[in-house]
Design a protein around this ligand. Structure first.
Ligand SMILES: Cc1cc2nc3c(=O)[nH]c(=O)nc-3n(C[C@H](O)[C@H](O)[C@H](O)COP(=O)(O)O)c2cc1C
Length: 216
């Protein structure tokens, strides 16, 4: 009887603990306000910018995550709702999904928060290269064609590619300034990743970008 009771208590504790972990992965993460000052001088950053493919598994502190996402495509003119990167006709059709070991999140630039999307670690699906599964952060740039009005199919492709390019370069510049490693990537199985992310048909994966500390 005693052994049975012991196992029941263990089971109850396990269920409680699992529930708590799942709940944590599903909670909205309020990011700290981005630090909009400092950094290396622009010309030094441009001199050093490069792609790196060797990452440490060390996680990014939340302040660094917030600063990086703000640099990428944050709101820099709140009165106008405009962003750190330009977008064709100010459609702001690119969403940044953030894949971490804890799960998949959507960057909410207005709320300065990460909205929970999936509680699984989907990093391995974010690209075809090995480092993708180990680095602490993979950004997935997703264009929402439903925000592009009557643009032609050609314009949708050209504008979304250009708009993502600006965002990715902002991330490169931020990472260079902060001593982080990064590489933007087109080698992604878009169909498989879109399925994993439960994207709607009008959402298109354009590129992904890995971010982390350089491997020591
Ligand atoms: C649109 C685009 C797609 C890219 N795709 C990949 C990729 O899938 N994997 C990768 O390792 N690097 C990728 N890169 C990075 C390039 O290989 C890299 O920028 C190029 O070799 C020049 O090196 P640098 O960035 O250090 O100047 C991509 C770059 C761009 C602009």
């Amino acid at each position: 009887m005693e052994t049975k009771a012991f196992f029941r208590v263990c089971l109850a504790l396990f269920i409680l603990l699992e529930g708590a972990l799942v709940a944590r992965a599903q909670e909205l993460i309020q990011l700290p306000q981005p630090n909009m000052t400092g950094g290396k001088p622009l010309m030094e950053v441009l001199k050093e910018r490069q792609s790196s493919r060797e990452f440490s598994t060390e996680k990014l502190p939340m302040q660094v995550m917030s600063d990086m996402l703000w640099a990428a495509f944050g709101v820099n003119r709140p009165d106008l709702g405009k962003r750190t990167a330009p977008s064709a006709m100010n459609r702001q059709e690119v969403d940044i999904y953030v894949a971490t070991p804890e799960g998949l999140y959507l960057y909410d630039a207005d709320a300065c928060a990460l909205q929970p999307i999936l509680k699984e670690d989907i990093r391995a699906k974010c690209g075809k290269q090995e480092f993708v599964a180990e680095a602490p952060v993979n950004l997935v740039y997703v264009a929402d064609y439903s925000k592009m009005g009557e643009a032609s199919d050609d314009d949708k492709k050209i504008y979304t590619a250009a708009d993502v390019g600006f965002i990715a370069e902002n991330v490169y510049l931020f990472c260079t300034s902060e001593g982080l490693a990064t590489v933007v990537r087109g080698m992604v199985d878009r169909e498989e990743l879109a399925k994993t992310m439960n994207l709607r048909p009008e959402q298109h994966i354009i590129l992904a970008q890995t971010v982390g500390y350089p491997k020591k």
